[in-house]
Design a protein around this ligand. Structure first.
Ligand code: SIN
Ligand code: FE
Length: 326
């Protein structure tokens, strides 16, 4: 059952468009306003991210040894082992998505992705003190496939604008923050972004409806607890997660939106790194091959502009809580 919400459109097409925030110059000096200390600067950068802006570093701001990059660039997508994105699970120190791989290749890949994950995490925690200790390390990934013309099912296509939502890793309102690095020595990684979630939410809430809040009756709580203990698929998904996943798909399927939405094109050059909340910035990748990425799930409690978060935006449209009731 869905609550109905009036369909509405953004008042001005440029409302909610992302800005690129260059954080450091070529020599590594901070370009952000002269702020008294790292923690004040961190709050300022978090506020920029939470409003849907993209933090940009023209040079990757942490160590990335040339030999590691060369190894990754040597993995040809025609190789039997490398035919899709490779995921790295930091907590288990495990690589998935590799098959028919030789053991040496898998070990080296795991160690390089582990190094990237660790360095990116240390860097992020220092750059953004409000999130330090309040972020859960999610997967990292290696993206060795050319994105231009990459075949995929409609729902898996990343060249159509969407907001990110992970069906198997619900966040219950916590945020999806991603750090990308273009390791291609010659080719830019090309994205488009459209409006941010706070602007798109009324339209898509109207189109797909908001889920009802979870019931708090004893029987409903018991059933949820049994489902979680049994590990049933979807048992940990809150109404918020249900909506975000349906919204991810609805944006991809909305041809009228793609034709008419405001768009910005971004070219991320070789060796650059960028950070963005991909649950609120609608984005698509059009071109590029060889990128690395680390995902962080940031606690909603760490937000410095909580009123901009998808959870708060949706709850203010719904008028009730969309989190798990227990
Ligand atoms: C995405 O999150 O949609 C893909 C972004 C990328 O691989 O550059
Ligand atoms: Fe995405």
């Amino acid at each position: 059952m869905s609550a109905t919400v009036a369909r509405s459109f953004a008042e001005t097409p440029s409302e909610g468009m992302s800005r690129l925030i260059p954080v450091r110059d070529e020599r590594g000096n901070f370009l952000t306003p002269p702020l008294a200390d790292a923690s004040e600067r961190g709050r300022w950068l978090c506020a920029e991210l939470e409003q849907g802006n993209i933090l940009f570093f023209s040079n990757t701001p942490f160590e990335f040894p040339e030999e590691e990059r060369e190894f990754l660039l040597g993995r040809k997508q025609t190789s039997a082992a490398i035919h899709k994105n490779i995921a790295y699970r930091p907590e288990e120190d495990r690589v998935t998505g590799l098959d028919k791989s030789d053991a040496n290749e898998a070990t080296r890949l795991r160690s390089i992705l582990g190094n990237y994950s660790r360095r990116a995490t240390q860097f992020l925690e220092k750059l953004l003190p409000p999130y330090a200790g309040k972020c859960k390390l999610d997967y990292a990934s290696f993206r060795p496939i050319e994105e231009r013309g990459r075949p995929a099912r409609l729902r898996a296509r990343n060249d159509l604008p969407h907001v990110d939502a992970f069906p198997t890793r619900p966040t219950n309102g916590d945020r999806i923050l991603r750090l990308f690095t273009n390791i291609n020595p010659d080719q830019n990684r090309v994205w488009i972004t459209s409006q941010t979630f706070d602007v798109l939410a009324p339209r898509f809430a109207g189109a797909i409806g908001l889920p009802q809040p979870q019931s708090k009756t004893k029987i409903a709580r018991t059933l949820r607890s049994v489902a979680r203990t049994a590990g049933l698929p979807g048992a940990r998904r809150s109404p918020y997660d249900e909506f975000m996943h349906r919204c991810h798909t609805a944006i991809k399927e909305d041809a009228d939106f793609h034709a008419r939405c405001a768009k910005q094109r971004w070219e991320f050059p070789p060796n650059s790194t960028w950070i963005v909340f991909t649950d609120c910035v609608s984005h698509a990748v059009l071109e590029g091959q060889y990128a690395l990425e680390q995902t962080f799930i940031v606690s909603h409690r760490a937000m410095v502009r909580p009123e901009k978060s998808p959870l708060t935006v949706l709850e203010s449209i719904a008028g009730y809580s969309l989190k798990n009731a227990d």
